[in-house]
Design a protein around this ligand. Structure first.
Ligand code: NAD
Length: 313
């Protein structure tokens, strides 16, 4: 029969694409429950789903930050039966830490960390009873490697990686699989908008030197990297489908081979010196040439490391 897939954060970006890709599966293997906080934002998804809407794809409201909303959504599903849970909803946060209030930081953790925990807590008991299920989490390369000026976002993804790495052990005992998807940069409206907003913002309370590093050094190279190395939401959806359809899905799934060297630095030097120094040089010594440097790094990294990504094709 069809597998029931529940996806969070489907009104835009990667979540929307995953929902549509699975709903349009040629063999109609998936019954997609595409969820979003606010159903008023459904138009883009409905349009992209086309004929699949109302057939292999249905909509339900779900806010990952609300116990009540999560419970209500899951209770509305027949027998609370979910075969595949895709935790996609997430928010970004960029900028010098001095300019970000603790409240704002907590909001990021509320969505990116506690949102995922809340979903897993609600869905896991039923999966355990049935001794089957697959839980996927949209992590990031930033769940594995710290990135300057993304301090809090990175921390929220690290928190989730730690939680999931721990959970994976007991879930395996119940035949439940857990997979992290770790994209590098992905072109979404969200990213472009965030970059524009951030460039315009004033940063009261932050020293001029830091603001300059952020606006004149970090932002241009970051935009450069997005352009040179970014994947599309469709690429990530294809990678995610592959992970779902694998006979033995892996726990970690980087989607962009250009990023494996970055992650490898960490394992090559357990003192952390190599990765911190490399990032320092990338930002302050190479600046806008960052992507060229990354390409050289890529060539220098052995092919066995590169093969460990899941490719969209
Ligand atoms: P996006 O902003 O288009 O998608 C995020 C979705 O989550 C939105 O639809 C938003 O409405 C939803 N959302 C936010 N808070 C929610 C809540 N409380 N309840 C339910 N839904 C909520 O951006 P995206 O790039 O498609 O992001 C999807 C995921 O991919 C995120 O977890 C993000 O961290 C991750 N990711 C993005 C990139 C990138 O470069 N864009 C890279 C790696 C990982």
């Amino acid at each position: 029969g069809q597998k029931v897939v529940l996806i969070t954060g489907c009104s835009s970006g990667i979540g929307l694409r995953i929902a549509v890709t699975l709903a349009k599966d040629e063999k109609k293997r998936y019954h997609v429950i595409a969820t979003m906080r606010d159903l008023k934002k459904k138009d883009k998804l409905v349009e992209a789903a086309g004929d699949a809407y109302g057939k292999t794809l249905i909509l339900l409201p779900l806010d990952v930050c609300s116990d009540e909303s999560v419970k209500q959504c899951i209770n509305n599903i027949k027998d609370r039966h979910i075969d595949i849970l895709i935790n996609n909803a997430g928010v970004g946060l960029l900028g010098p830490v001095e300019s970000i209030s603790i409240e704002e930081m907590k909001r990021v953790f509320e969505t990116n960390f506690f949102g995922v925990v809340r979903m897993i807590k609600e869905v896991m008991p039923d999966m355990k009873k049935r001794r089957s299920g697959h839980i996927l989490v949209m992590s990031s390369v930033m769940g594995l490697q710290g990135v300057v000026f993304n301090d809090v976002y990175t921390a929220s993804k690290f928190a989730m990686e730690g939680f999931c790495e721990s959970m994976a052990v007991q879930l395996m005992k119940f035949n439940i699989r857990l997979s992290m998807i770790e994209p590098g940069p992905v072109h979404t409206e969200f990213e472009t908008k965030m970059m524009e907003d951030v460039a315009k913002m004033e940063y009261p309370g932050v020293d001029a030197e830091t603001v300059r590093y952020f606006k004149d050094v970090y932002l241009p190279s970051s935009i450069d990297i997005f352009e040179a190395m970014g994947q599309t939401p469709d690429d990530i959806a294809k990678c995610t489908k592959k992970v779902i359809e694998s006979n033995s899905p892996r726990f970690r799934n980087l989607t962009n081979s250009l990023y494996t060297p970055i992650v490898a630095l960490k394992y090559a030097d357990e003192t952390g010196g190599l990765s911190v120094n490399t990032f320092y040089n990338l930002l302050f010594n190479f600046g806008p040439l960052m992507h060229i440097t990354m390409s050289i790094l890529k060539c220098l990294t052995c092919s066995c490391l590169r093969r460990r990504t899941v490719s969209p094709n």
